[in-house]
Design a protein around this ligand. Structure first.
Ligand SMILES: [Zn+2]
Length: 102
């Protein structure tokens, strides 16, 4: 038996938020990237070279990723404390909850 051969669903690139692990193709995800200098920065353009990870634009996801150390696994690097501080500072500017109407 070969399964049903229905039309394949159209492929929509999905990014998984490393904070809540939910894949979101549509909602805003913010990219963080590991630079060749082994720094972790927010990639505002989405085009920086390097290993990247994605996070929802809400503080809770960032806190989970930073607290739980998920970002280390995602980027295969332990961010230096000042980078963690920078990411935290950025997260603090984000809404606590993801807004639905963006
Ligand atoms: Zn998330």
């Amino acid at each position: 038996m070969t399964g049903a051969k229905g039309p394949r669903p159209r492929h929509i690139p999905q990014r998984t938020c490393i904070g809540c692990r939910e894949a979101q193709g549509k909602r805003t995800l913010i990219r963080v990237v590991r630079t060749p200098e082994q720094r972790v920065i927010i990639d505002a353009t989405g085009k920086a070279n390097g290993r990247g990870a994605y996070l929802h634009a809400n503080a809770a996801c960032w806190e989970k990723a930073l607290k739980g150390g998920t970002i280390k696994y995602a980027l295969k690097i332990t961010p230096v404390p000042e980078d963690v501080e920078a990411l935290r500072a950025f997260a603090n500017e984000l809404p606590a909850e993801e807004s639905e109407d963006v």
